[in-house]
Design a protein around this ligand. Structure first.
Ligand SMILES: CC(C)(COP(=O)(O)OP(=O)(O)OC[C@H]1O[C@@H](n2cnc3c(N)ncnc32)[C@H](O)[C@@H]1OP(=O)(O)O)[C@@H](O)C(=O)NCCC(=O)NCCS
Length: 238
């Protein structure tokens, strides 16, 4: 058992080294494209070719390429067939699994994270402005807030994640996460709401639970901002 594990690990590392050599032309194309169309464009253009290589060769080719192009990738990364990345401004921890056909935006992924297939992680909900009605929405600039997926989190099949997910929390299959998920929470539904905490005692200390509160209307948002706890008004702190 131990010996077969060691042999497998040696073979995997040999495959990585072999792919580093075989992918040299790919890296050269990336470097040339980067000089012409910039880092993001070159990264996406080249990665799309690797995204659809099936089997073990594809998996290791994607891992090697991401390690070469992203600022930080930990050990033991699995990226399934057809999963796309749209930003180079991201980090991936160690022991991370990303299933097939997912779409990953500008994200910091912690260690031991499990992302199922067909998951979309997008940067908030305002990638385009919509205030002006005299301009097409696609021409209005928006915001791309960084999304963080905490250590040990599990994102279920076909979830859409638009906000941070806390450490060791679970996002149920098909959930649409629009607000920060607290650590150790299990959230489900659209919009995602807290179903339970994984262990008693993990509940946040503060009163109330923002994620399960109904969304506030414009006027209510203003009133809440006026009365919310702050350093100037410590007696309001939970
Ligand atoms: C969220 C999840 C972990 C279950 O958590 P759980 O605490 O064991 O929940 P239960 O199965 O006891 O269900 C509790 C309630 O939540 C509901 N529920 C469970 N999962 C749900 C989901 N994904 N979306 C909506 N509601 C869900 C159940 O219907 C049940 O509702 P009810 O009390 O009205 O009958 C699981 O359902 C899930 O979605 N896992 C992800 C699976 C996946 O995507 N795998 C991909 C391969 S990695």
């Amino acid at each position: 058992m131990l010996i077969s594990g060691i042999v497998r690990s040696i073979l995997k590392n040999w495959l990585r080294v072999l792919l580093c050599v075989l992918l040299t032309p790919v890296f050269l194309i990336y470097a040339a494209l980067r000089a012409v169309i910039g880092r993001e464009g070159a990264f996406r253009e080249v990665y799309e070719w690797l995204a659809y290589i099936p089997g073990i060769v594809g998996r290791y080719a994607r891992e090697v390429y991401l390690r070469f192009t992203l600022p930080r990738v930990g050990s033991n990364l699995y990226v399934g067939l057809g999963t796309l990345f749209s930003h180079t401004d991201m980090e991936i921890g160690s022991n991370v699994y990303i299933g097939p056909h997912s779409s990953i935006g500008k994200v910091v992924i912690g260690d031991n994270v499990l992302i199922a297939s067909h998951v979309s992680i997008i940067n908030g909900g305002h990638q385009h402005g919509s205030e002006r009605v005299d301009l097409p929405i696609r021409n209005q600039p928006g915001e791309y807030p960084l999304v963080r997926i905490g250590d040990g989190a599990w994102i279920g099949e076909r979830a859409v994640v638009m906000a941070d997910v806390g450490e060791h929390s679970i996002v149920g299959a098909g959930a649409v996460v629009t607000r920060t998920v607290p650590a150790f929470a299990v959230v489900v539904g659209n919009p995602a709401r807290i179903l339970r905490y994984r262990q008693p005692g993990n509940e946040p200390r503060q009163r109330g639970n923002d994620m399960n509160e109904p969304a506030l209307r414009q006027g209510e948002r203003y009133e809440k901002a006026q009365s919310s706890p702050s350093l100037d008004n410590p007696s309001m702190a939970y």
